[in-house]
Design a protein around this ligand. Structure first.
Ligand code: AMP
Length: 397
């Protein structure tokens, strides 16, 4: 296994690829420290094992050197969150950088400048990766959010660390959670998918239908499935070209004893922007001129029952246009059901920006068993793909 456990890192310099791609406010201050908090455990662990930390990260999408995206701006906040002093160096490769790093004492931490000031980073350039590799004795990847990219610092660099490369604590947790959702979670396992389109989650559906026991489909996605079953969905969002896929997924579910749970009723409006007229319909009987924008009471009840009958639940994507108060009740109801399930001992895992935003809106989200830090990386894992950043940690990479 390539997890960071009880390796002896005494006097070793650990290159840690972290994800410090934090949002900045208008004064270039860190607006949300979640990503910094997420890598604290690995930094603490390396120091406990006797090593020093060389942190590599990207910030934003600079085209060349761009002071507005310098990691220097966040170093004080990183230090506050880590509760440890953190040094900064204005480059991430080169003789000067190597010299500064060579002087690190055990327990010290240095953050190197934004990797993406070099276009070689995203190109996965081997020479650039080799230059990065000179900054340490071991390599640790803890940047789950970028593991789906084959970049110099997330994958290629690992070629230079055979036998000396590990997954950090955050990456380890994320991989364990994916395993619970898609392989070995306590049964019954339920996935709740929502959001606008089936197309962005089609591969996930094809993969998870073989792995989980039940899938709830809500949000705009649901109408393509309702149509595939012969329902009338009025002017609701749907993807004509995916009707056959939806039928196929429904058939796979039926043949393999899996359950696909669709909304019973829908709250609809005649106009997406001006929602004066609102009416509830059976989801399969929406009148022309009306578009479904949230799930109704019967759906909430049905979904609630399914959630409470499972032992592992993963949720990704809103049940309606939750950004608008009038269509946020379905998504809020999911949050409430999940909370109730969690208090009954259910393992509750949440991923995706919209779902996390909805949880936040309802207040404290600390009760959730695990909130994934990865967007694209999480979705690609759930499609069944092996992530380049994870593959790179095996010694035959
Ligand atoms: P996605 O990016 O595919 O996860 O979709 C998220 C978006 O889906 C959110 O901005 C929601 O407003 C939108 N959404 C959810 N339900 C519906 C719906 N019934 N009709 C149109 N948009 C929806």
């Amino acid at each position: 296994m390539f997890y960071l456990e009880s390796q002896d890192l005494t006097n070793k310099k650990a290159i840690i690829r972290v994800d410090l791609n934090v949002p900045l406010d208008e004064n270039n201050k860190v607006a949300d420290t979640t990503r910094i908090e997420a890598c604290t455990e690995t930094v603490d662990k390396v120091i406990k094992l006797g090593g020093s930390c060389v942190l590599l990260s990207h910030l934003g999408r600079p085209k060349g050197k761009d002071n507005k995206l310098s990691l220097k701006q966040i170093v004080d906040t990183v230090s506050l969150v880590f509760k440890r002093p953190v040094m900064f160096h204005e480059n991430c490769i080169g003789k000067e950088a190597e010299k500064v790093v060579s002087l690190l004492e055990p327990g010290q931490i240095i953050l190197m400048e934004n990797l993406r000031f070099y276009e070689e980073e995203t190109k996965g350039d081997l020479e650039f990766a080799e230059s990065l590799s000179k900054l340490g004795d071991v390599y640790i990847n803890d940047a789950f959010g970028t593991c789906h990219r084959e970049h110099a610092s997330t994958a290629v660099i690992a070629k230079f660390f055979n036998g000396k490369k590990f997954a950090g604590k955050l990456l380890q947790k994320e991989l364990e959670v994916i395993n619970q959702i898609a392989e070995q979670g306590k049964k019954p396992v339920l996935t709740i998918l929502g959001g606008a389109k089936v197309s962005s989650k089609l591969k996930i559906l094809y993969n998870l239908i073989h792995k989980v026991d039940k899938i709830i489909i809500g949000g705009g996605m649901a109408y393509t499935f309702i149509r595939a079953k012969g329902g009338k969905t009025g002017n609701s969002l749907f993807e004509e070209e995916l009707i056959e896929n939806a039928k196929e997924i429904l058939t796979i579910a039926e043949d393999s004893g899996k359950e696909i749970i669709l909304p019973e009723d829908t709250i609809a409006s005649t106009d997406f922007d001006n929602n004066e007229r609102i009416k509830t319909f059976k989801t399969a009987k929406i009148e022309d001129g009306w578009m479904g924008l949230d799930i109704g009471k019967e759906s909430i009840e049905k979904f609630n029952k399914a959630i409470l009958s499972c032992n592992t639940v993963f949720w990704n994507g809103p049940m309606g246009v939750f950004e608008k108060e009038k269509f946020s009740l379905g998504t809020e109801a999911i949050c409430k059901s999940l909370r109730e399930a969690k208090s009954n001992g259910v393992n509750v895992i949440v991923g995706g920006g919209d779902s996390i935003a909805a949880l936040k809106k309802l207040g404290n989200k600390d009760w959730v068993t695990y909130i994934s830090t990865g967007g694209g990386a999480l979705l690609e894992s759930l499609e069944g793909k092996a992530l380049p950043g994870v593959k790179a940690l095996s010694n035959d990479y």
